[in-house]
Design a protein around this ligand. Sequence first.
Ligand code: ACO
Length: 370
Amino acid sequence: MPRGETSNVADGLENVVAAETVLSRVDGEAGALILRGHYLQEVAGRRSFEWLTGLLWQDFVPRPLDEPTLRQDLGVARVRAFAQMADLLPVAGRLPPLAAVRLLLANVPDDAADSPLLLTATVAVGLAAVLRIRNGKHPVPPDPTSGHAADFLRMLKDAVPPADETAALDTYLVSAADHGLNASTFAARVAASTRASLIDAVTAGLCALKGPLHGGAPGPVLDMLDAIGPAENAEAWLDAAVMRGDRLMGFGHRVYRVQDPRSDVVKAVVERLNHDIGRLRYAEAVEKAALAVLVRRKPDRSLQTNLEFYTALLLEALGLPRDAFTGAFAVARVVGWIAHALEQQAGGRLIRPQSTYVGPTPKREGHSSG
Ligand code: ACO
């Protein structure tokens, strides 16, 4: 039976408004993202991840949240997170990166007063550590004096990163930190609405992020580029993929009907980084072919490039393995999940929608209907 045919189910909760938030607004018609009173384009590349974190956590996390203090406190939290995960790292290092981060988050003390900082730190420190361990390298301890983006790259590569790579990652973290009621943020808010702990809410967010329709898309973007091969193959390959019912990774969005503004920001970062301009030009050719195929084959839906297409190129250029791309997304989005979970707990009710039952009617044995 086709979905929603027998009832008034809002399939996928499309257009359902399920929360009020001061945190971010996704304007799908204008192609704009507002982060607590600031357009993404105005802050990306100009303001740090720590600045945005302070902005999002304001009124929800009771501690000084100015940029220098938060930078310092997050550095201290990274050191603490690294010490706390030491016993678990040998096990975590054998798991896929996102499962490893899930395990390490479960180890964060549930009632720690600084749990927003510890959770944020654990994602970055844990991801960097497990990526090294699985390559037979020792984990690199955090540098509390460093910024979050720089320290993540340093812990990953055991070298102070070049300024342009730090700036590129920092801009990505700002672009990916919060985005309205996306699937993972909704999951975090649902968990928080039951008055579960912040760790539970963050873990719920992480689990919902993982799938390829959400934060799991950028790794498969590179798989798609590999499969396409030379740019002149792109249109035929992509057309065949759409015709057999596949989704083109890095394209389409539930809310945006025009270009995802995060895609423009991240693409500009890749261009500025200038690591492999040939790769960027190739990706542009594939993007152009994909958009042409989508217009032709899905004329009823405006499907544009989303955040994940150029994110894949950026994280590749920064030297991350593709199975760690979703983890890198979580390094950013964890601060959004925390802000939303705390906002939900501060004023929201239990989130408990209803379902329409379309299963079999029970047989009433011994009861006659007459
Ligand atoms: N490639 C091909 N067709 C697509 C794509 C795509 N990327 N996206 C949507 N469509 C098609 C669907 O097949 C459907 O076609 P139909 O009406 O002929 O059946 C139509 O467009 C509408 O699709 P929905 O599933 O209703 O769109 P929805 O809003 O649920 O999907 C989503 C949004 C999941 C992002 C989708 O566009 C997609 O799967 N994209 C590819 C995966 C991806 O890039 N995910 C990252 C999203 S960004 C982020 O989470 C940070």
